[in-house]
Design a protein around this ligand. Structure first.
Ligand code: F0G
Length: 351
């Protein structure tokens, strides 16, 4: 069966009109998997991962991008623009290419994981790398989109949020109920906004009886919401969430407060610990920013949070293959040997 995509599957709950092209590159319907080991280790009732790295361009951005691009086509706009820490630009480039639109992307130079840059290059986007961070890039593309005939496809575009909310629909459709807690990384804060919108809508439709608590996690060096002020020079190993002035700041706070959740921060060390644990114990290769959700879960449970009778979903936002530098940085990661049986057996310990 041909994969449906979110525009068709959730058309009644999306801004779809008779003129919206219902196309798909295969986004959505991502796996919700049960934790093989960590669930027991932390004594959690049930722990699930929403594997958003399984989207066509390897991140959750595709859910919002397909809606944003479909609406641009509907309105007969032929070019899209975005600022990005990498994943939005990869997604915009792919979806624009598939619809014969021009994609212009503005990125912070030297701060994009190579896999994401490769995606923008191979999909034929016009790439502008600036001497400045994501926040400045976003300011620039906002101005450009007001001045020129081009659709802004950052999450300031409401169609992006609309598409991304389908991830909460899927979580509920799969579990038959909402989890007690949803752990999620926070960067520009569009995704936490979108998940919350999705849960609220399902609640209003009577599909769930209770909404989850939204547990957002920023990186310590890029934690404006936690600190309560703009961070001028955000820094973190999790380049995807290296953001000092999130566009959806207020909406993230609303999601936190209305749900009774928290927005907290995790150190780079915490993030890398969770990243390694996910890979080495759970069999999941996600990118560092994604691991912030699990780093947050570990932080809170270590501080005594009791989840023994609770269901938890951690959103793993993007694929580890996007950022192989972080994975291969660890030394020594392998042994170099001559190609003979005896030496190899010796190295393995089978001699
Ligand atoms: N995880 C990944 C892998 C991301 O790429 C992002 C954001 C986030 C989490 C945070 O989501 O911004 O909605 O709070 N990436 C954006 C980009 C900023 O340009 O790709 P958010």
């Amino acid at each position: 069966m041909v994969k449906q995509g979110i525009l068709s599957r959730y058309r009644d709950l999306l801004p779809v009109t008779a003129n919206t092209p219902l196309f798909s590159l295969g986004e959505g319907d991502t796996p919700l998997t049960r934790s093989p080991q960590l669930e027991n280790k932390i004594g959690c009732g049930s722990l699930y991962y929403k594997l958003e790295g399984c989207n066509p361009t390897g991140s959750f951005k595709d859910r919002g991008m397909v809606v944003a691009i479909a609406k641009a086509l509907e309105e007969d706009n032929r070019a899209v623009i975005c600022a990005s820490t990498g994943n939005t630009s990869a997604s915009a480039a792919a979806y624009a290419a598939s619809s014969a639109l021009d994609a212009i992307i503005v990125i912070p130079e030297g701060k994009i994981a190579l896999g994401k840059l490769a995606q923008a290059i191979v999909h034929g986007a016009r790439i502008i790398a600036i001497d400045g961070n994501f926040d400045l890039a976003l300011k620039i593309v906002r101005s450009l989109s007001q001045k020129h005939q081009v659709t802004l496809v950052n999450s300031l575009n409401p169609n992006r949020i609309e598409g991304q909310k389908t991830a909460s629909f899927e979580v509920v459709d799969e579990m038959g109920t909402a989890p007690d807690y949803l752990f999620i990384p926070v960067g520009n804060a569009g995704n936490i906004t979108a998940y919350w919108k999705g849960f609220v809508e399902y609640y209003q439709l009577g599909k769930i009886k209770q909404k989850p608590k939204m547990m957002g996690f920023q990186a310590e060096g890029a934690a404006p919401i936690v600190r309560g002020h703009v961070v001028d020079n955000p820094e973190t190993v999790a380049t995807a969430i290296r953001i000092g002035n999130p566009a959806s700041w207020q909406r993230a706070i609303a999601a936190r407060d209305e749900s009774g959740g928290v927005i907290d921060m995790v150190s780079d060390e915490d993030i890398l610990e969770a990243y390694s644990l996910l890979a080495s114990k759970e069999g999941i290769f996600c990118e560092p920013a994604s691991a912030a959700s699990v780093a947050g879960l570990l932080k809170l449970t270590r501080r005594g949070m009791d989840l023994s009778a609770k269901s938890v979903v951690c959103v793993l936002t993007g694929s580890g293959l996007k950022d192989v530098d972080t994975a291969t940085r660890k030394t020594p990661s392998f042994t170099v040997l001559p190609a003979n049986l005896a030496d190899i057996e010796k190295a393995i310990g089978w001699d």
